[in-house]
Design a protein around this ligand. Structure first.
Ligand SMILES: *[C@@H]1O[C@H](CO)[C@@H](O)[C@H](O)[C@H]1NC(C)=O
Ligand SMILES: *[C@@H]1O[C@H](CO)[C@@H](O)[C@H](O)[C@H]1NC(C)=O
Ligand SMILES: *[C@@H]1O[C@H](CO)[C@@H](O)[C@H](O)[C@H]1NC(C)=O
Length: 284
């Protein structure tokens, strides 16, 4: 054991440093994001290691990453609004600017105490969304931080909750499905009021006597291609694991198991909205 430790430590250091060379980030969230709206309702605490967003009856608040990216793996730890969070929405997403934007979304729809949050996901390409999938979580997302991740590379987008894949969107451009490949995105987070639709379709309203509502974010870690002055940090090319990350057979099986147990809405099978099944659904 004692004689093996230095070698394994050395190996893990080598692996880690090779990984870090590809623009990995770690450490205080204040180094990777700015609080961009909410007039003081967003705060950095614990020397920048923790960021809280809050919402009251006059405004929510939000954050955005300092850098923009074209491909990467992004992990954010989030602890959601406790207690009665009905009507509130915490969003964590990647998005490019402009009218034909691309976007990869996590939205956590609050609920009455003791009733489950809904994790709402969507993928926009060229300003076009309509690819909603919703899930219940298998844990209480208000009791502790959990890690919500996006892998985005030229061949697929994978959405993970605590390292379990819950959604996959493949690059099917060859058969006419648009895929985000050109527009750099930033990471965003926000807490806002959506009581016109969020909880039980808008039936349950925000109870403002409980305001301010607060959600916490920390450890935005990414290993990504940063775009700066039109140049990508991924050029010249070096080995980047996230660029080739995809689900292997075990990953596919976990994805299927989670979807069959926890998915509560899937646009792919909503015949009322989509009498013609979207192409990406028929090929997955
Ligand atoms: C918002 O909340 C504050 C503090 O609870 C209260 O004084 C105010 O009347 C509320 N405003 C509205 C528009 O509900
Ligand atoms: C809130 O709770 C109700 C009843 O338990 C459930 O049907 C619903 O899916 C939950 N989530 C939201 C966001 O409405
Ligand atoms: C709002 O919350 C307060 C404090 O818990 C509670 O007394 C009140 O009944 C709630 N209002 C509604 C409409 O549920």
């Amino acid at each position: 054991m004692a004689s093996k430790a230095p070698l394994s430590l050395l190996l893990s250091l080598l692996v880690t440093s090779a990984f870090v060379a590809a623009e990995a980030s770690a450490g205080p969230i204040s180094r990777t994001v700015d609080i961009t709206w909410g007039d003081g309702r967003g705060k950095f605490l614990n020397n920048g290691r923790l960021l809280t967003l809050s919402l009251d009856n006059s405004s929510g608040s939000g954050l955005q990453s300092k850098s923009k990216f074209l491909y990467g793996k992004f992990d954010m730890q989030i602890k959601l609004v406790r207690g009665n969070s009905a009507g509130t929405v915490v969003a964590y997403y990647l998005r490019s600017p402009g009218l034909n934007w691309d976007e990869i979304d996590f939205e956590f729809l609050g609920n009455l105490t003791g009733h489950p949050y809904v994790l709402h996901t969507n993928i926009f390409t060229g300003g076009q969304g309509n690819r909603e999938q919703q899930f219940y979580l298998w844990f209480d997302p208000t009791a502790a931080f959990h890690t919500y991740s996006v892998v985005w590379n030229p061949s697929n987008i994978i959405i993970y909750v605590d390292n379990t894949p819950i959604r996959e969107f493949k690059n099917l451009r060859s058969v006419g499905v648009p895929y985000p490949m050109k527009q750099p995105m930033r990471v965003f987070g926000s807490l806002w009021d959506a009581d016109d639709w969020a909880t039980r379709g808008g039936l349950v309203k925000t109870n403002w006597t409980l305001a301010p509502f607060t959600a916490s974010f920390r450890n935005l870690n990414y290993d990504a291609c940063i775009i700066s002055n039109g140049r990508s940090s991924c050029k010249p090319k070096s080995s980047k694991r996230f660029m080739i990350q995809k689900l292997d057979l075990a990953g596919q099986n976990r994805l299927k198991a989670v979807q069959s147990k926890y998915m509560i809405y899937n646009y792919c099978v909503d015949k009322k909205r989509f009498p013609i099944v979207p192409i990406e659904c028929t090929l997955s």
